[in-house]
Design a protein around this ligand. Structure first.
Ligand SMILES: [Zn+2]
Length: 164
């Protein structure tokens, strides 16, 4: 059996596409330009997603952020806990929401997918690895506390924990 016909095994594409990691959302075929996301209306042109009026010749293609949201497959998890966090949950969530509104206007793929509270703890699912870290850093700079950031080996998943 040659290399081209052997069955696919998890991890194989790390060698086929060196440096691209395992992020399934980065390994798909090249998008038509321009494309428009039917869910959120963001436009793909010039090699990136941008907030622009829908071009007349656009094809439809779901953007990465909407695909992640539909698949429930975040690029990052931000966990928030501690006594202070439990007592200031409303303020904390408000800060995250305001940050997202501001960030998303500039970077359409940086979004919060969901915010779930469970007792005093909060779990935030985020569409972008770096934005998960940025949100943790925003909490630390606003409220101090302790920030712990971990990335998967291929840096396609961030687990950020902020505690105070
Ligand atoms: Zn979209």
């Amino acid at each position: 059996m040659s290399d081209h016909t052997r069955p696919f095994k998890a991890g194989d594409h790390a060698e086929v596409f060196p440096g691209l990691g395992h992020d399934p959302y980065q390994l798909r075929g090249k998008l038509h330009e321009p494309s428009v996301c039917p869910s959120c209306g963001v436009v793909y042109t010039g090699g990136r997603w941008q907030w622009l009026p829908r071009p007349a010749d656009a094809q439809e293609a779901a953007c990465i952020a909407c695909r992640r949201t539909a698949d429930r497959l975040p690029a990052g998890y931000l966990t928030i806990d501690g006594d202070f966090a439990a007592q200031h949950q409303v303020e904390i969530i408000d800060l995250l929401r305001r940050d997202e509104t501001r960030t998303r206007a500039q970077h359409p793929m940086k979004r919060i997918m969901s915010i779930e509270s469970n007792g005093g703890a909060t779990l935030v699912q985020v569409t972008d690895v770096h934005y998960t870290r940025d949100l943790g850093e925003a909490l630390k700079s606003a409220f101090q506390g302790t920030l712990d950031i971990k990335y998967s080996r291929d840096q396609d998943l961030a687990r950020v924990h902020w505690r105070r």
